[in-house]
Design a protein around this ligand. Sequence first.
Ligand code: HEM
Length: 227
Amino acid sequence: MQAAEKDDEGAAKLSPEEVRDNAVAFLFAGSETTATSTCWTLFHLTHNPEAYKKLQAEVDAAMAGDTVADVEELERMPYLAQCFKESMRLSHPGFATSLKTLKVETQLGNHKVPAGVNVQVDTGLVHMNPRVYPEPAKYNPERWDVSEGGEEGKTGLNSWAYLPLGAGTRHCIGKNFAYQEAHIMLAMIVKRYDWTLAEGQPAEVLQEFKPPLLPPAGGVRFAFASR
Ligand code: HEM
């Protein structure tokens, strides 16, 4: 976000072009990303009936109605947040962090990389590192249960070990908004519907590289039934 001008009282003021540019950035950075991560979460839940059942029980107990969940209701759904987080670990919506320029010569593993070089961190490699995530291929929302000493508690997981929303000074500016948006959507879907993969939908779905996103290749078709 940039504010080039100041108003009469010296407060920062955005020009009309800056307002337009920021609106466009928010629209594009904030819609497909959230849609993709929510879709992957529905997908992982169809493959993990135990997690799905546990989530449904939590949402049923936490939500009074089936419209937009409020903040207090969301706070009563920690497992929903864990399911979403685990889905974004296995199926991160973006393929990597944005480019970061090295300010100083840096040793990266066996390579000495000169200052000025642009580097990107591969999110998938980090998320599948067994030293950080035991049994990395397993969908395991319990690994994020901090109350039970989950990964964050046990390993003191640093912010560069979980990268769906990037890390560092240029990490996703919409992070908290995105979490809230996705949690509300998922809670409403869980409360209102049962879903399975639609007839004919292959159970295996690859991530498709559509820069900068990794949506399900060919999309995923679900069959929803009102509860
Ligand atoms: C689940 C949803 C989202 C995902 C997975 C996601 C992912 C990312 C990633 C990976 C980056 C690059 C971070 C880095 O290089 O370290 C980023 C940057 C950004 N995101 Fe998101 N994002 C999401 C939702 C949103 C939303 C809802 C908004 C706005 C309403 C948003 C706005 C932005 C903006 C403006 C940047 C650029 C920040 C900068 O360069 O300083 N994102 N996002």
